[in-house]
Design a protein around this ligand. Structure first.
Ligand SMILES: [Zn+2]
Length: 139
């Protein structure tokens, strides 16, 4: 059976502040730069969400794209778009909303709605030049 990957792209805008309380203000500014701005600042994020699995013999599809679109609307867009991540997203009340952690959170939210037979990968662009990938791997 052929294994194929299917990707849907979703764009969202959100603000955040990256800050580690255990570090000094100077160290936070050095570590996070503009992302440490006390009042926060925004990014236009792009998430490429890829599901990989067997092509169904009857439908010819790996997964229904309309369903994937609905899942992304109900998770990524509904919970993250135009939000202050530190304040409005429970996962980031204590967790630094870095691109890494946002990708992990998107993976967690989307995975809940997918069949266990599909592999999920989230590639998150914080800027056109900077991206992270999370495939659900933990150590
Ligand atoms: Zn930032």
């Amino acid at each position: 059976m052929a294994i194929v990957s299917l990707t849907r792209v979703v764009h969202f805008s959100a603000s955040h502040r990256l800050h580690v309380r255990a570090l000094s203000g100077a160290k936070n500014r050095a570590l996070f730069g503009k992302c440490n701005n006390p009042a926060g600042h925004g990014h236009n994020y792009t998430a490429e969400v890829t599901v990989t699995g067997e092509v169904d013999a009857a439908t010819g599809m790996v997964f229904n794209l309309d369903m994937l679109k609905k899942i992304l609307n109900d998770t990524v867009l509904k919970r993250l778009d135009h939000r202050n991540l530190n304040v409005e997203v429970t996962a980031f009340r204590k967790l630094n909303p870095t691109a890494e952690n946002i990708a992990i959170e998107i993976h967690r939210m989307v995975q809940k709605h997918l069949p266990k037979t599909l592999k999920l990968e989230v590639k998150l662009f914080e800027t056109p030049n900077n991206s992270v990938v999370y495939r659900g791997e933990i150590k």
